[in-house]
Design a protein around this ligand. Structure first.
Ligand SMILES: [Zn+2]
Length: 274
């Protein structure tokens, strides 16, 4: 949390609001929230920068400036990026504030302080090794098959590996595997072409629906305008262990895969495949 749909929602909201806006001052309340360069240099270099765009790559937010350098934000577990009027004072969980030339402020808020801000000339060092974007036009079932074939790792772990596929996290990986009827402990190499086609459709379907719903809010996620998402109402397996499967009525189960809590239906997602 947040994953692709939440980051996409924030980026879409910020793009029109930030385009052409100039940063007039930057305040950092907790220096370690800035990964690079050192916080003092970060603030100096952001001064007078003009936003040229807002984009997403995997779970990163990218804000290129007309000067050529790029501000990247990774929200990790509990980060929020909120566009606020000047009347809103930063609270104790707000660790960075960018004041814009129209008086608005971009607040970086993060209860667990695991997220990071980066200002770089070349984004490759951060996003260069990410796998393909699951919603890209050229990401077809064959492209997914190429990422999973020959992999002797659990399919759940492979879906969470940002080098395999960019943007999926724990929530949407579980939901996609449920929709595709694939057990999370299956090995990548064991999946048939038919199963991979179902998984491909399930990943894209769940991500698109979640973007339309403004993302999922289980606890901390808020959009750039402070709104919670609505997709949590439509989660079919995540955090529903013990409840009946919405498809077959079998109690949903929870296991750990690679240290991550994993929800599935033991009947709809058979361990040996269909
Ligand atoms: Zn079921």
């Amino acid at each position: 949390m947040p994953e692709l749909p939440e980051v996409e929602t924030i980026v879409n909201q910020l793009r029109s609001r930030l385009l052409g806006r100039r940063i007039v001052s930057t305040w950092i309340g907790w220096e370690r929230i800035v990964d690079r360069p050192p916080a003092e240099e970060f603030c100096q270099r952001l001064n007078q920068r003009i936003f040229a765009d807002a984009r997403r790559r995997g779970k990163f937010l990218l804000f290129p400036f007309h000067s050529g350098d790029v501000l990247l934000v990774h929200l990790r577990m509990t980060g929020n990026l909120l566009l606020q009027p000047s009347s809103v004072e930063p609270d104790r969980h707000t660790h960075a504030v960018l004041t814009l030339d129209d008086g608005q402020r971009l607040h970086y808020r993060d209860v667990r302080k695991l997220g990071r801000l980066y200002l770089v000339d070349d984004t490759e060092e951060l996003v260069g090794r990410l796998g393909p974007e699951p919603l890209a036009a050229d990401f077809d079932a064959e492209a997914l098959a190429a990422r999973l074939a020959d992999r002797r790792a659990r399919v759940k772990s492979l879906l969470l590996d940002q080098r395999v596929l960019a943007g999926l996290g724990n929530i949407y990986a579980d939901e996609a595997l449920f929709r595709a009827g694939i057990h999370p402990l299956r090995l990548g190499e064991s999946l048939s072409a038919g199963e991979i086609a179902r998984l491909h459709a399930a990943i894209r379907g769940v991500l698109r629906e979640a973007i339309t719903a403004g993302g999922t809010t289980l606890r901390d996620y808020r959009s750039a305008t402070g709104q919670p998402g609505e997709f949590q109402e439509r989660l079919q397996v995540v955090r529903r262990h013990g409840e009946p499967c919405p498809r077959c009525g079998t109690p949903l189960e929870r296991i750990r895969v690679g240290g991550r809590s994993t929800h599935f239906c033991p009947r709809c997602q058979p361990a040996g495949g269909a």
